[in-house]
Write a protein that binds this ligand. Structure first.
Ligand code: PDD
Length: 300
C-alpha cells in the first residue's frame, strides 16, 4: 500500500518522510498532536479536535503553522491521498527546527506533520465481545496531562507494563489512590446504582477526551445517568461495568483489573448501549459542535 505523509508543505511517500534531526519535537518532545477518527470518509468531531489542538498550542505558546482553514484542507488532502474511508489521521505540530537550546527559538516556523491510515471498521454490535483487561499503576506523568503533548514517555512505559502483564491498558492512579485515566484512553465505571462515572477535568489531571465529551453528551439524551467524579481501583472492582474511551478505540469494556473481575467478568449492557449510540453518531461525523469555539490565526 502506497502511503502519503504531509511534512512541512510537501506530500511525500510515507516511507521517505523525514524531519530534520534538530526538530524540537525530536530533541525535546516540544510539540503537540491530535488523532481524529475517520468514519465513512467523515472526520468524527473534527472541530472539537481542532479546538483542543488550539488549546494545546496556546498552553505551550507554539504558533499555528498555518490557518485553521488551510489545515483542514491539508487534512482532507492527506485523507484523500491515502484513500482512507475508515481509519484515522494523525496531526503533529512542533516548535520547529533550531539549533539545540532549551529556550524557545526566535523566528522559527512550527513544523507540521500529518499521516492517515485505514483501519478495519469495527461493528456496532459485538455479540462475541470478550472485553479487555487493565492493570493499575502509579500515574508518573507531569502535572499537565490536559495538554496533548507528544511527550508520552510515562504513557508508553505504563502501556508497555500493561502489555507485559497481558493487559490492554494501564489505568493510572494518582498519589491519593484515584484513577486519573488510561495511558492513552479515558477511564470509566458504571456503579451498581447505574451511574456512569468518569473523572472531571479539574486540576488538569486528565486529557479531556473528545470521545469522553461525546459520550457525556449522548448520555443525557439516552437515559443514562452521568456523574463526574473521581473513583478508586477498589471502587472500580465493586462496579457493575467499566470501560475505556478514545478516538481510535472508541469504547472497550474492561472486564478485569489487576487480574480481578469487574462485575460478572463480561462486557455489560451500558457498554453495548454506548457503543450502539456512539457508532450512529460517529457515522454522522460526530455529535459535538460543528463550529469552532475559537479561531486563532498563525502568529507572525
Ligand atoms: N489518545 N487520555 C489519553 C492520555 C489519551 O492519549 C487519549 C487519546 C485519550 C482519549 O482522547 P480522545 O477521546 O480525544 O481520543 C485520553 C490518542 C488516541 C493517542 O494517543 O493515540
Amino acid at each position: 500500500m502506497s502511503r502519503i505523509a504531509y511534512v512541512n508543505g510537501q506530500y511525500v511517500l510515507h516511507g521517505e518522510a523525514a524531519v530534520h534531526i534538530e526538530d524540537r519535537g525530536y530533541q525535546f518532545a516540544d510539540g503537540v498532536y491530535e488523532v481524529v477518527d475517520i468514519a465513512n470518509g467523515e472526520l468524527v468531531d473534527e472541530e472539537p479536535h481542532l479546538d483542543r489542538l488550539d488549546r494545546s498550542l496556546d498552553e505551550l505558546r507554539i504558533a499555528w503553522p498555518m490557518s485553521r482553514r488551510a489545515m483542514k484542507l491539508v487534512m482532507r488532502q492527506v485523507i484523500a491521498r491515502n484513500l482512507v474511508k475508515n481509519g484515522m489521521i494523525y496531526i503533529q505540530i512542533t516548535r520547529g527546527v533550531a539549533p539545540r537550546d532549551h529556550g524557545f527559538p526566535a523566528g522559527v516556523p512550527s513544523s507540521l506533520v500529518m499521516t492517515a491510515k485505514s483501519t478495519k471498521p469495527v461493528p456496532a454490535e459485538q455479540p462475541d465481545d470478550q472485553g479487555i483487561a487493565v492493570i493499575s499503576t502509579p500515574d508518573i506523568r507531569w502535572t499537565r496531562p490536559d495538554i496533548k503533548s507528544v511527550a508520552l514517555l510515562p504513557n508508553i512505559l505504563c502501556k508497555q507494563k500493561a502489555r507485559e502483564a497481558g493487559a490492554y491498558e494501564a489505568w493510572l492512579v494518582d498519589a491519593d489512590g484515584y484513577v486519573t485515566e488510561g495511558s492513552s484512553t479515558n477511564a470509566w465505571i458504571v456503579t451498581k446504582n447505574n451511574e456512569v462515572v468518569t473523572r472531571g477535568t479539574g486540576g488538569n489531571a486528565i486529557l479531556n477526551g473528545i470521545t469522553r465529551q461525546a459520550f457525556i453528551k449522548l448520555m443525557a439524551t439516552n437515559g443514562l445517568t452521568f456523574v463526574e467524579r473521581k473513583f478508586t481501583v477498589a471502587e472500580a472492582l465493586e462496579a457493575k461495568e467499566a470501560f475505556i474511551s478514545a478516538s481510535t478505540t472508541r469504547i472497550k469494556a474492561v472486564v478485569r483489573i489487576d487480574g480481578k473481575p469487574v462485575g460478572n467478568g463480561h462486557p455489560g449492557e451500558t457498554v453495548a448501549k454506548l457503543r450502539r449510540i456512539y457508532w450512529a453518531a460517529a457515522a454522522e461525523g460526530g455529535i459535538l459542535p460543528k463550529q469552532p469555539t475559537n479561531i486563532r490565526e498563525p502568529r507572525a
